[in-house]
Design a binder for this molecule. Structure first.
Ligand SMILES: C[S@@+](CC[C@H](N)C(=O)[O-])C[C@H]1O[C@@H](n2cnc3c(N)ncnc32)[C@H](O)[C@@H]1O
Length: 277
C-alpha cells in the first residue's frame, strides 16, 4: 500500500516485524524496544510523557482543555483524554485492505447488530464506505444508510465504491467537525467505527447524534480496546469502556451492553431515552 506522505515519518521503525505490517501507519504502535529507548531518552532530558501531554487551560466551551500536543494527538483534552489526529483521505486504501475482514471480523459485527430490512442507519465517519456497503445490503432497498464524513474526498471515494458495487441506498452526507448534519429523530441506528477517538468536538457531535436518533434508537460505538495491551494500536487510537461511559454520560443515552466477540475492538451499545423502537 502506498503510504500517505504526511504519515510516512510515523511509519519509520515499523519494518521490524514487531507489529503486523497490515496496520495503518497512524494507528501502529511503536515496537516495545523502540518505545523504551524513546522513553529513556525523554526522561534523560527531563521530560515525561505526562508532562508533555499535560492539560494547561480550558477552552471557552468548558468541555475541553488544551495542552501540548503529543505526536498522535491534537493537544485538546476531553475528560482527561487527548483527542487523536483524524485519518486523512490518503488512508482510504487501508480502510479497504483485503485483510480487514479477517482482522476485524466485520462479518461477526454485522451478524451481532442484526440490522433489519427497512432500517435507517447512519454510518458516522464512514470513510471509504466499507461498513456503509455492508449495512446497505443488510437493510435492503427499503432501508437507507447515511454515510457521513467531514472530508468530501472520502465521500467521493464512498460514492464511487458504492456505485461500482451496484449499491444505491447509501446517501453521502458532508458533516462538520461539530455537526453530523442529520435530521432530528430520523435514524434507527448510528454506527461509529474507529472514529470517536478522533472527533475534534465529541461533546457537540454526541449531542447532535443523540438528537438525530429516534426515541429508543441505538448508538453503536466500535473502538480498539484501550484496556488490552495486546491490541497493537497506538494508545490515542484506542478507547476504554470506562472512558466511553464517562464521555457519553452528559447525553440522553443509556448504556445498554458491550459486545466483546471481535478480535481487537469492543462494541458498546447505548440507547436513546424513550420508547424502544
Ligand atoms: C479511521 S477512519 C474510519 C472510517 C470508517 N468508519 C471505517 O471504519 O472504515 C475515520 C474517519 O472519520 C472521519 N471523521 C473524523 N471526525 C469526524 C466527525 N466529527 N464527523 C464525521 N466524520 C469524522 C474522518 O474523516 C475519517 O474518514
Amino acid at each position: 500500500m502506498k503510504l500517505p506522505p504526511d504519515l510516512g515519518v510515523v511509519q519509520m521503525g515499523f519494518e521490524t516485524g514487531a507489529v503486523r505490517p497490515q496496520l495503518p501507519p497512524m494507528h501502529r504502535r511503536l515496537p516495545s524496544a523502540l518505545m523504551f529507548t524513546v522513553l529513556f531518552a525523554a526522561l534523560a532530558w527531563g521530560f515525561s510523557p505526562t508532562s508533555q501531554a499535560a492539560e494547561t487551560s480550558s477552552t471557552s466551551t468548558n468541555h475541553y482543555r488544551t495542552g501540548t500536543a503529543t505526536r498522535d494527538g491534537i493537544g485538546k483534552f476531553y475528560f482527561g483524554r487527548e483527542i487523536a489526529k483524524f485519518m486523512t483521505y490518503h488512508g482510504a486504501p487501508w480502510l479497504e485492505r483485503t485483510e480487514r475482514q479477517e482482522e476485524e471480523r466485520s462479518d461477526l459485527l454485522m451478524k451481532a447488530l442484526k440490522f433489519q430490512p427497512g432500517e435507517a442507519v447512519a454510518d458516522i465517519g464512514a470513510g471509504s464506505g466499507y461498513y456503509s456497503r455492508l449495512i446497505a445490503r443488510a437493510v435492503g432497498t427499503n432501508g437507507v444508510v447515511y454515510g457521513t464524513d467531514i472530508q468530501q474526498e472520502m465521500l467521493d471515494i464512498l460514492t464511487n465504491k458504492a456505485a461500482q458495487a451496484g449499491i444505491h441506498n447509501i446517501r453521502p452526507v458532508l458533516g462538520t467537525e461539530s455537526d453530523p448534519k442529520l435530521a432530528a429523530n430520523s435514524v434507527d441506528t448510528i454506527l461509529i467505527v474507529d472514529v470517536y477517538h478522533e472527533m475534534e468536538f465529541p461533546f457537540e457531535m454526541m449531542a447532535g447524534l443523540a438528537a438525530s436518533l429516534k426515541p429508543g434508537g441505538r448508538l453503536v460505538l466500535v473502538e480498539y480496546r484501550g484496556e488490552d495491551r495486546a491490541v497493537p494500536i497506538k494508545e490515542l487510537h484506542k478507547m476504554t469502556e470506562e472512558q466511553m461511559k464517562k464521555e457519553l454520560a452528559p447525553h440522553p443515552l443509556k448504556f445498554d451492553e458491550t459486545l466483546r466477540m471481535l478480535p481487537w475492538q469492543h462494541v458498546m451499545i447505548f440507547r436513546k431515552n424513550g420508547q424502544t423502537k
